[in-house]
Design a protein around this ligand. Structure first.
Ligand code: PHE
Length: 345
């Protein structure tokens, strides 16, 4: 297989001793962006593979979000039972990012949060979301996507009375759950951490176990935790009309999009649904836009998704294929000097 990434760095962190991997997939449209993931892997090579896949997805995500950015990702591959010195790990990460000279900037991801971005920021300027939470932005984008999906499937974007299964009640999933119940939707939720049940109940959502949530009979399944939940084993078990959520890399392999399509389940590509966080970070931090303008851009995720679902139907392909085609076109057809305002409008 050929190397499609621009640059991949893997080092044993000099302070922490843990593998720090930064994959820069593409800078064709501008600086690569993508979060810093701190997670346990059986082997550091699994973390490398994750970084390769996640950074490629970030290239598509940035392009489809209309951003003048490429894709990258950081993975710190922790061994099981590790008790890392967080500061040491994050400074190791920062030094690798700094060594890339601005080709890549990071942000929060699974296992990291706003405070960690402050720590990374002590040693490199190439970091977003220092001290503020990007998850409300991501959640707002998910809501725009859910309205588009519901409109596509049921003819109206109204969420009231529709049913949702939210799998993963972390930072983003928690916001989505609240916004859904506020919009009058019926929600069932689950998380690998049973203590999150209180969050769900406080918003009036029902609670089940992760498998029950995945296979719940609902209008829309919302994967909001780790990737890989849609597989050859799980797709036959699904009882939802559509799947749309912010978890990155939901499909275990590209062919799973066809399985969903064959079952008549509409899958909203995760690279489109989850872009609210990066849209918010770039528009706010780099372009200093007013909150109303940022909110408009995030709401644009709904229109982008509608366009992709229409294009898929017109070309008798899956939404995954339609999104990939559009992303390839955007990355290939535009030079690095993009006028941000003109491109997004
Ligand atoms: N976790 C975010 C994503 O996958 C990464 C990110 C957020 C990067 C905010 C930069 C700024 O989109």
């Amino acid at each position: 297989m050929s190397l499609e990434h621009l640059r991949v760095v893997a080092v044993r962190g000099p302070r922490s001793g843990f593998p720090v991997i930064v994959a820069v997939h593409s800078t064709a449209l501008g600086q690569a962006i993508g979060g810093c993931r701190l997670a346990v892997y059986a082997d550091w090579r699994d973390g490398l593979e994750d970084a390769l896949r996640l950074s490629a997805a970030m290239t598509a995500k940035s392009a489809l979000a209309g951003l003048p950015n490429g894709g990258g990702k950081t993975v710190v591959a922790l061994p099981a039972g590790a008790a890392p010195d967080r500061r040491a790990v994050l400074h190791d990460v920062a030094d690798v990012i700094e060594s890339l000279g601005g080709d890549y900037a990071t942000g929060p991801d699974v296992g990291t949060g706003p405070d960690d971005m402050v720590t990374i920021g002590e040693r490199t300027p190439y970091v977003f979301c220092r001290g503020y939470d990007s998850s409300p932005g991501t959640a707002a984008g998910v809501m725009a996507a859910l309205r588009a999906v519901v409109a596509d499937r049921f003819g109206s974007p109204d969420l009231a009375g529709r049913s949702f299964a939210v799998l993963g009640v972390g930072r983003v999933g928690g916001h989505v759950l609240r916004l859904l119940t506020e919009a009058g939707a019926r929600v069932v939720a689950a998380d690998v951490d049973p203590s999150r049940r209180t969050v769900a109940s406080s918003f009036g959502a029902a609670w089940t176990d992760p498998h029950g949530c995945l296979t719940a009979e609902v209008d829309v399944l919302v994967p909001a935790a780790l990737g890989g939940v849609l597989t050859g084993e799980t797709v036959p078990e699904l009882r939802c009309a559509a799947v749309a959520g912010p978890a990155n890399n939901q499909l275990d392999r590209p062919g799973t999009a066809t399985l969903l399509h064959e079952r008549g389940i509409l899958w909203a590509p995760d690279v489109v649904v989850s872009a609210g966080g990066i849209i918010h970070a770039i528009a706010t931090e780099l372009h200093r836009e007013a909150p109303e303008r940022v909110a408009e851009r995030i709401a644009g995720i709904g229109d982008t998704l509608t366009g992709i679902l229409d294009a898929a139907r017109e070309t008798s392909s899956t939404p995954a294929e339609a999104a990939a085609r559009l992303a390839d076109w955007l990355v290939g057809a535009r030079g690095p000097a993009v006028d941000y305002a003109a491109e997004i409008a």
